[in-house]
Write a protein that binds this ligand. Structure first.
Ligand SMILES: [Zn+2]
Length: 271
């Protein structure tokens, strides 16, 4: 059941995290009834971490990669957004709240308890295609919502678009930065994505370790708290590790094979 109610989607699109009162109560109830908006929830750190692992144990990698690829031709960003959360879970540590100072966990930066705006998180899923902070509350919500989606096998156009993305990455010269690559991907004709959506997609490939550097690896084998991770420059707004990627790093073949090696349709783009 992947159909989305158009009216509820428009209500969610207009939802403003900083001005939730702008959404009429009747509209909120409508969108909530359609499963797109949610009451805010007071979420405890340890419960959120536990939920991440419980849901993750039921997740299947292909369900995430299939929908990630299937998002490309139709721009269903909710299809795309699950992979970022699933990729972070590859190395996310089983842990209890561990305070550094103040109120935040020293491992994942989530407080002991927080009121979470789940509608804002769902807005991210549907309109950005990836997550924001990588907090356990965010990851568990993304995984749970993704698990509600039926599997969709990518079509020919999805594979062609991803193939074009891979070719652009592999052809990039030494001087190509991640921002340059972002601009190049904008010119893939059948890929209808905004600059911001391309940024989030590249960041997801970073968490997957498909785009990484020898000293700044993705999260496949080692956990990095993306909200505290180093940045290339002080003003950079790119997430770790793609921030550090340049053309000479290309596609990391081993990590690519882990995520996408089972798609025979992609073999021609990687060999
Ligand atoms: Zn933590």
């Amino acid at each position: 059941m992947n159909e989305v109610d158009e009216k509820a989607l428009q209500i969610l699109r207009k939802y403003n995290l900083t001005r939730p009162e702008d959404t009429l109560q009747a509209d909120f109830i409508y969108a909530k009834d359609k499963g797109l908006m949610f009451d805010k929830e007071n979420i405890n750190h340890d419960e959120a971490v536990r939920a991440c692992f419980e849901i993750f144990s039921d997740c299947r990698k292909e369900h995430f990669t299939n929908l990630f690829l299937a998002s490309l031709s139709i721009n269903r960003l909710d299809y795309r957004s699950g992979l970022a959360a699933y990729a972070i879970m590859q190395s996310f540590p089983h842990h209890e709240f561990d305070m550094l100072d103040g109120h935040y966990c020293k491992l994942c930066s989530y407080p002991k308890q927080r009121v979470v705006d789940l509608s804002a998180l769902n807005n991210l899923r549907f309109f950005c295609g990836g997550l924001f902070s990588g907090s356990p509350a965010e990851i568990s919500f993304f995984l749970l919502q993704h698990q509600k989606l039926s599997d969709v096998y990518p079509n020919t156009l999805d594979f062609e678009i991803f193939g074009s993305i891979l070719q652009a990455i592999r052809r990039a010269d030494q001087l190509t930065t991640i921002s340059t690559l972002q601009k190049q991907l904008k010119s893939i004709l059948s890929f209808k994505a905004t600059k911001e959506q391309i940024k989030v997609l590249l960041e997801t490939l970073g968490y997957c370790g498909v785009l990484q550097t020898p000293s700044h690896e993705g999260l496949l084998h080692r956990y990095v708290n993306i909200s505290l991770a180093p940045r290339k420059t002080r003003s950079s707004d790119w997430k770790y590790p793609v921030d550090f990627w340049t053309g000479k790093d290309g596609v990391n073949r081993d990590n690519f094979m882990y995520w996408f090696g089972h798609y025979k349709e992609l073999k021609q783009y990687i060999n």
